[in-house]
Design a binder for this molecule. Structure first.
Ligand code: ATP
Length: 216
């Protein structure tokens, strides 16, 4: 079974990495692939480029055999649509291998506005990670998908190539990339919110307004 977990990872932090480990264990796989996506160029000059986000991710998983980075969305031209990524993976994996995409409740709330969203369950299972916030509209399409195609046992994911929806409620660390960027920009330390090699690279490149000099 192949599991992908997408995000902007701007930058990657321990909240992401802990969740990836929880997913690996709860879904019974040997590996989870982190898939950095394109971000529209609207955030401001201190943000990292795609190549820099990718480098930070690679440093973050370097000593963890269970986590890998899949850069396919960054190497594809233009916007990255989940359906395209899943289609590509499905071609690689063949028709029978279970494929799982992981998404937070916040993003899943808009699932029926994603491009070609109806194709997605034909290509993969969807694991929805519960995040703090308003949750799903009980009358909306995403809630209905969970109701009609939801399973409660992760083992079932191994029994079909795709089509199931599973809600998980793993413990989440209270860390966000936005909070980290704000900290760095205001000269505060983000240490222990992310792996040290990631913070070292951010400093050496002066990303997010980090000062390259001084101690870690
Ligand atoms: P930003 O603050 O820039 O919005 P973020 O920290 O939320 O970033 P993303 O790269 O947008 O990180 O998130 C990638 C994925 O990780 C998303 O599915 C998101 O729901 C999830 N995620 C983000 N923060 C955490 C966390 N602390 N614990 C678990 N999952 C998280």
């Amino acid at each position: 079974m192949h599991v992908i977990y997408g995000g902007t990872f701007d930058p990657v932090h321990h909240g992401h990495l802990r969740l990836a480990i929880e997913l690996k264990e709860r879904l019974g796989v040997s590996e989870v692939a982190l898939v950095p996506c394109h971000i529209p160029p609207h955030r401001g000059s201190t943000d990292a480029s795609a190549a820099q986000r990718l480098k930070l991710l690679q440093l973050a998983v370097a000593d963890e055999a269970g986590l890998v980075v899949d850069a396919r969305e960054l190497t594809r031209k233009g916007a990255s649509y989940t359906a395209d990524t899943l289609r590509q993976l499905r071609e690689q994996l063949g028709a029978q291998e279970p494929l799982v995409m992981v998404v937070g409740t916040d993003a899943f709330a808009g699932f029926d506005r994603w491009r070609e969203w109806e194709r997605i369950p034909q290509l993969a299972h969807v694991v929805v990670v519960r995040r703090p916030g308003p949750g799903l509209d009980p009358q909306g399409v995403p809630a209905k998908l969970l109701q009609d195609h939801g399973i409660s046992d992760a083992d079932q994911l191994h029994s079909a190539p795709g089509g199931y929806f599973l809600e998980l409620d793993p413990p989440l660390l209270d860390i966000s990339a936005t909070g980290i960027r704000d900290r760095i920009l205001s000269g505060r330390s983000p240490r222990y919110l992310m792996p040290d090699p990631v913070w070292r690279e951010i400093r050496s490149l002066g990303l997010y307004g980090a000062c390259p000099d001084g101690n870690i």
